[in-house]
Design a binder for this molecule. Structure first.
Ligand SMILES: Cc1cc2nc3c(=O)[nH]c(=O)nc-3n(C[C@H](O)[C@H](O)[C@H](O)COP(=O)(O)O)c2cc1C
Ligand code: SF4
Length: 407
């Protein structure tokens, strides 16, 4: 007898999803000119055809200043028809469509975002590397409204849900974290103050979402380093999102791209591969020779966020989405058995877009992702791809990937 809820429908706010799987927001790098492309269409259609409950188009910037990559979506009226073509195709396959929206804050460069990157506080971000301008209090309401306007555009584009990126050290997370928020006004200092900008964004988002769109929030359970947020504070963020902001579901993640990037994905960053795909300049040799120290390895294990996520499950009642290191049906059933309503996967579906359908047929299905993180190293200049689907990779890359696979 089938005891798993994996292939039963689940609800997030007003939305019913055909099963409990979500394709996690994972930057596709398939949007030249910051607009959807045929590649983006093909990838999301293939995941929808592969049985996913809901697929998430990744990381659309709510303003131009929020762009961190050249080939990243920027939500604006002229791209709505292109997105609608994609959501129509996703729906035709029986899946729901969501879009992650956010702002990169300090993780950009003038050449990409068109201005000096902004954040909660001024400073220097080694990640880009760039000087950063702290936002004036008078600018915050317009930024929050940009989130609301993006939700309206998502609806016009046929999205069933929106996902607000409040984790991983992007703008909302930069306000939440004491590591990047040194403000002396009502947006800095206490946790209540650091949450104020997130609340403003959520007010606009929930107003715009009305009664027909689902709102998910991706948040950190830990920033992943000593001076960042810990679980004591993030549990309160989760409670506020549930009880005061009215979010319909939380996606529980962790890590801070500019300070603890591998805490998000675990494993090693293949720095030689990363430098190979970076544009020319001084950065590629720097990354190749010093990357190991700047981007330290964090050991991988299946379902690596489960322990922390269980604390959220105990404290909160809204639907929770588990993400992080799911590669087998067995572990997915275990996670769902703990009371998480949904599971979300990025690399498993990059490695095998129809992994969900295979899980339906094989009770012990396991995908072949070896968490070498080639796909992450590559995304700085090329479209998302799994090395297992590629031929003729340079020997230097093959050697490095072999060193890190399944470690
Ligand atoms: C290529 C790639 C790009 C990613 N881009 C994003 C992103 O745009 N937004 C986000 O919230 N997380 C991003 N992530 C993180 C994933 O959503 C997910 O949280 C993480 O990979 C852990 O899940 P997994 O073990 O199923 O891959 C990315 C991951 C990968 C592999
Ligand atoms: S490139 Fe590596 S880490 Fe990424 S999906 Fe493929 S096997 Fe997994």
């Amino acid at each position: 007898m089938e005891t798993s809820v994996l292939f039963s429908p689940g609800k997030i706010g007003p939305l019913t999803i055909r099963n409990r799987t979500i394709r996690a927001a994972a930057f596709e790098s398939m949007c030249p000119g910051n607009a959807p492309s045929d590649m983006l269409y093909d990838y999301h259609t293939s995941v929808a055809a592969g049985g996913i409950g809901m697929t998430t188009i990744a990381y659309a910037a709510v303003t131009q200043s929020g762009l961190s990559f050249e080939r990243q979506l920027w939500l604006r009226p002229e791209i709505i028809p292109g997105l609608k073509r994609i959501t129509d195709a996703i729906h035709k396959e029986g899946a729901a469509a969501s879009i992650q929206m956010g702002h990169c804050g300090n993780m950009s460069h003038k050449s990409i975002c068109g201005c000096m990157p902004i954040s909660a506080s001024s400073g220097f971000n080694l990640y880009s590397p760039t000087f950063v301008r702290g936002m004036k209090a008078s600018e915050l309401s317009a930024m929050a409204k940009a989130y609301g306007q993006s939700v309206h555009m998502a609806r016009e584009a046929g999205m069933d849900a929106v996902e607000i990126h409040a984790g991983h050290g992007y703008l909302i997370s930069q306000f939440l974290s004491p590591y990047t928020n040194h403000r002396k006004d009502e947006y800095g200092g206490s946790l209540q103050n650091r949450m104020r900008f997130m609340r403003m964004c959520m007010d606009e988002v929930m107003k715009a979402a009305g009664s027909d769109m689902a709102v998910l929030v991706k948040m950190n359970m830990r920033d992943g380093f000593k001076s960042g947020m810990g679980i004591y504070e993030t549990l309160e963020v989760g409670r506020v999102l549930q009880d005061e902001c009215g979010a319909h579901a939380l996606i529980l993640s962790g890590g801070f791209v500019s300070r603890a990037p591998m805490y998000v994905m675990r494993g090693a960053m293949p720095v030689s591969t990363m430098s190979y795909y970076m544009p020319f300049g001084w950065l590629p040799p720097f990354v190749r020779y010093f990357g190991k120290w700047v981007i330290p390895t964090v050991p991988f294990k299946e379902a690596y966020f489960l322990e922390d996520a269980l604390q959220f499950r105990k404290a909160l009642t809204l639907p929770l989405v588990y993400v992080g290191g799911l590669v087998s049906r067995e572990k997915i059933d275990e996670v769902l058995g703990h009371g998480f309503e949904f599971v979300s996967m990025a690399r498993a579906l990059l490695n095998e877009p129809d992994f969900v359908n295979r899980m339906k047929q094989e009770g012990d299905a396991r995908c072949d992702c070896g968490h070498s993180n080639y796909c992450i190293a590559r995304m700085y200049s090329l479209e998302m791809a799994c090395h297992k689907k590629m031929e003729d990779l340079p020997k230097r890359i093959v050697r490095e990937i072999e060193k890190y696979e399944y470690k």
